[in-house]
Ligand binder design. Structure first.
Ligand SMILES: [Ca+2]
Length: 267
């Protein structure tokens, strides 16, 4: 059916004398072609979630050791150190044992993100407060522990139940939210700014939960990237699960962060 001829009816109360009401049915608006087929805000946001997407690991493979990236083949990861697969909020997920397991990606040029960026994923910690120096869920780090452009950790130092974002070896932003062990959260951060003046916002379950502005620590160099531990560093292993991990080369808006959670509800 052509949209101009949809049976859209407008009722107008044309006359009322107390005992009898006369109603006029008009299809005038439809006949003139004024339809209400404007795109919804949700679909607008859904389209924008593909803008600037530089990595998207769904972890939905049913078998094998490859973790495919939906954006760049060079960002395909590999399960190492006994990493296993499990069910997550959006299809399948990966599970880290906190000992040696990780997803190794390495140093593809496309993950070199020295400026604005975002990274978001579903995360479940088996034991949030497991160690003094925390657990690194993902990040860029050299083999000696030197920090690169971005890392996301939980349970660091006195922030035993919080999320911490680091770059260039410095804790630059801490969440207000305190995580509980064994629960899934949608967690990520955005970064904007320029050398000498950076901003970082941590989001937990779609809400801003920790903001740091005027960060003077500059972004570190591009270094090897991994999930389940900080890059090439043999330590700070994460015990828990990870699903639907996305990285952008821009800062998502608060509305876009909220829309990302809907992916869980619509699949
Ligand atoms: Ca998945």
């Amino acid at each position: 059916m052509h949209p101009l001829f949809l049976p859209r009816t407008l009722l107008i109360k044309a006359h009322s004398n107390g005992s009898t009401s006369w109603w006029l049915a008009l299809s005038l608006i439809t006949a003139m072609g004024f339809t209400s087929s404007h795109p919804t805000k949700a679909s607008d946001t859904g389209d924008s979630l593909r803008h600037g997407l530089v990595a998207h690991w769904t972890f939905d493979e049913s078998e094998g050791s490859e973790i495919k990236d939906r954006i760049h083949a060079a960002q395909t990861g590999s399960l190492e150190g006994g990493t296993t697969r499990t069910d997550g909020p959006v299809g399948r997920a990966v599970s880290f044992d906190g000992q040696q397991s990780r997803v190794w990606v390495g140093s593809p040029q496309t993950l070199d993100l020295p400026a604005d960026m975002s990274a978001f994923a579903w995360i479940r910690c088996a034991n949030v407060a497991a160690g003094e120096y925390g657990q690194c869920i993902y990040g860029q780090t050299g083999p000696g522990g030197n920090g690169g452009q971005y890392e996301l950790c939980v349970g660091r130092g006195k922030n035993l139940h919080e999320v911490t974002v680091l770059w260039h070896d410095v804790d630059v932003c801490v969440s207000n939210a305190k995580l509980k062990s064994g629960e899934w959260y949608h967690i990520g951060f955005t970064r904007t700014g320029h050398p000498g003046n950076w901003n970082c916002t941590i989001y937990v379950d779609g809400m801003a939960s920790g903001v740091a502005n005027n960060i003077v620590t500059d972004v570190g160099p591009a270094l090897p990237f991994a999930m389940g531990r900080p890059g090439a560093y043999d330590g700070l292993y994460f015990q828990g699960e990870l699903d639907d991990f996305r990285i952008y080369d821009r800062a998502l808006t608060p509305a876009e962060v909220k829309a990302l959670i809907q992916v869980r509800l619509t699949r």
